[in-house]
Design a protein around this ligand. Structure first.
Ligand code: AMP
Length: 300
């Protein structure tokens, strides 16, 4: 079934204790597309500047991504983000953000994307996410990501959004900030009370928790020996999850657990090399192999 993502497309500069790279392809929707593309075709809406290389667009299209909703701003510059990881690769500091073309971006969903059944609202101002939601006709399952900045500056809009969507993916620190509590289980429950009936709290290398009104399900991360760059892990997690749900055509609890396992697997590949490079080299056979391995780890 049809899957739409609206989010950032970026040039990222990333520093870790071992390496640094400049102006590599990134952005929440790029990671999402590469991950979801293993499971279902994806429709992408986003904005780039004239400086954005056409080969990046071709690379996405070769992976079944419909990039016809990509706006290229004449004379504009693509969004740039840079971040640094320290010894604890679970924590990162944003060094700089240049919004550039993202600053005035008002997403316009093309007519032929408005019937999308599965929709992922990647990290953006909640007012922007709400405007996307207004443009899709009758989606079956809508999930959103957010970040500390919007929790601090646009909390009313964020809570309005949460009343209208089915699922939320959020980092543990952000979940605690949003709900003003110190207990992550309590935080997940409070977010459920805000409206969404599926809440996924991500805990980096410590895995994730799925909250429904019936239960709380913990999922470990796939154990990795060499985490080179966790950038995009959250977005590729969301891509694996939404791609699997779109492929199944429904988001019932039975499907959801399998979808979360794919999310864990695909995001683990993302961390094994810088930027999007590891996801680009990953094959569907790699995903299936690691999925079976992960399933085995979960069996008691
Ligand atoms: P993640 O590691 O999953 O949180 O995603 C990292 C990606 O998010 C990077 O590729 C960045 O380009 C992108 N990003 C960082 N900050 C923002 C922002 N304020 N708005 C949109 N995208 C962002």
């Amino acid at each position: 079934m049809s899957l739409l993502v609206v989010g950032s497309i970026a040039f990222d500069s990333i520093k870790t204790p071992d390496t640094s790279i400049e102006d590599t392809l990134g952005g929440s929707s790029v990671y999402f597309c590469l991950a979801a593309g293993f499971f279902a075709p994806v429709r992408l809406v986003g904005v780039v500047g004239e400086d954005f290389p056409k080969e990046h667009i071709r690379m996405l299209e070769e992976r079944g991504i419909d990039a016809s909703g990509l706006e290229v701003v004449e004379g504009g510059e693509t969004f740039r983000w840079s971040g640094e990881y320290f010894e604890n690769m679970n924590k990162r500091e944003t060094l700089s953000v240049s919004l550039n073309v993202l600053e005035d971006f008002e997403p316009k969903i093309p007519d032929n994307f408005r019937d999308s059944e599965f929709v992922f609202l990647a990290n953006a101002a909640p007012s922007t996410q709400l405007s996307v939601l207004d443009q899709v006709e009758n989606p079956k399952f809508v999930m959103a990501d957010t970040m500390d900045l919007w929790i601090q500056t646009q909390q009313a809009d964020l809570k309005d959004l949460f009343k209208k969507i089915d699922g939320v993916v959020i980092n543990d620190d952000e979940a605690l900030l949003l709900t003003d509590t110190r207990n992550i289980i309590e935080a997940g429950k409070r977010i459920l009370d805000m409206g969404p009936h599926r809440v996924v709290v991500k805990k980096g290398e410590h895995g994730a928790l799925l909250f429904t009104h019936e239960k709380v399900i913990p999922l470990p991360a796939y154990p990795l020996h060499d985490v080179r760059d966790p950038t995009g892990a959250g977005d590729s997690f969301a891509g694996g999850l939404m791609g699997t749900l779109a492929r199944a055509g429904e988001a019932e609890e039975g499907n959801f657990k399998g979808a979360l396992a794919n999310a864990v697997v695909v995001s683990s590949y993302c961390c094994e090399d810088f930027g999007v490079t590891r996801l680009q080299r990953t094959t569907s056979a790699d995903i299936s192999r690691r999925f079976e391995d992960y399933k085995g780890l979960l069996t008691i």
